[in-house]
Design a protein around this ligand. Sequence first.
Ligand code: ADP
Length: 244
Amino acid sequence: MINITNLHKSFDDLHVLRGIDLNIEQGKVVVLIGPSGSGKTTFLRCLNLLELPTNGKIIIDNQEVSFEKNLPKQKITSFRSLTGMVFQSYNLFPHKTALENVMEGPVIVKGVPKQKAKERAVSLLQKVGLGDKVNFYPFQLSGGQQQRVGIARAMAMDPKVMLFDEPTSALDPELVGDVLKAMKDLAKEGMTMVVVTHEMRFAREVADEVIFMDQGVIMERGTPEEIFQKPKEERTRRFLNMIQ
Ligand code: ADP
């Protein structure tokens, strides 16, 4: 589903991603861990072209982009629609209800008829446990509920891959569980997911593969057991000792 070759990203003199190669099969859940500043967010943002890589190649669902030349805007937009992104801050439209927030993309961007978009939005909101909150505005929802609207909103665009950038790190601890449950349900349905998170329990329980990034490269990758129980690299061990 995802095939990344020699991906590089620099911000001026700062060489943040230093040659990432990665294949992710359809339906797999990959969790990215690593120290702050190692390039996890930048990597995720490169996958949906919120940041344009400086070099390398990305293929998602057989669509390819490479970065030696300037990319046309249209190509960026169509490539971006392959992925749905869930951010740390949920950025819902404050003057729209949960339902309207979820319908907005399909209706405005894809031209889906309103009634059809509404039915789908209701069903997505039910799936993330918000069937009774469809007509609530963001200010009437907890952070965890808003984040689940964010997940439903991303899903409404029918992405091939879901990207999560620390989706629970802005939440009070008691609100984290429901968001992780919504993500687990998505994983069970076979959604391909790339998740940056500090939730090691989620990684243990849900990830097919854990990737440890450090200083812009993949230092080590493996199953949760391999990474958490017998990491090969000293730097992985040090990182895990620090956070656990
Ligand atoms: P992580 O998610 O692992 O904490 P980031 O991808 O957020 O790491 O950041 C990696 C490095 O890239 C950091 O040094 C950060 O300051 C830098 N960086 C990220 N975004 C930008 C940007 N838009 N402009 C300049 N530097 C950036």
